[in-house]
Design a protein around this ligand. Sequence first.
Ligand SMILES: [Zn+2]
Length: 184
Amino acid sequence: MSILPIVTYNDPVLREKTKPVEDLNEEIQDFVEDMFETMYNSDGVGLAAPQVGVSKRIFVIDSDGMLEEEDEKPGPIAFINPVIVEKKGKMIPLDEGCLSIPEVTDKVIRPEVVVVKFLDENFEERVEEFSGWTARVIQHEYDHLEGILFIDYLSAFRKRMHKADLEEIDTGKRETRYPIKPRG
Ligand SMILES: [Zn+2]
């Protein structure tokens, strides 16, 4: 297993629409393990393949640390070739951050519940409903597979508020607790 460097928000790979995984082989399983290790190393709750420079439809999550004691804990899950088949519930604002945009957080409004069809780390097909923080992490990571970042949802005013931060990240001056790979 290895910890992979995380690319930052202006890297073109984060803007690509990712390709489905076609060969379900050991190489993919090794990559998924590396993604989990990279996510835990950076104290993240989700990580998508483009964030480590791989334009494939894969993300991993572990939202357990964000959940209340009484909540059901889904644990670590890999999503390979995921499809969000349904979004429902109330539209709710929650604070999001992103390992590719270190230390920038802001409110994003998204539906409370999602139903996702995906292959897990054992290549088993699953269709499951997720809610609360878990649904939030899934929608954020799913966006990465479409080349969308959470800052895209912010108003021009909110984006201006983050301008200095984004410039610092862009120029490779931001210090992080985990390895990053600034653009070029
Ligand atoms: Zn992200």
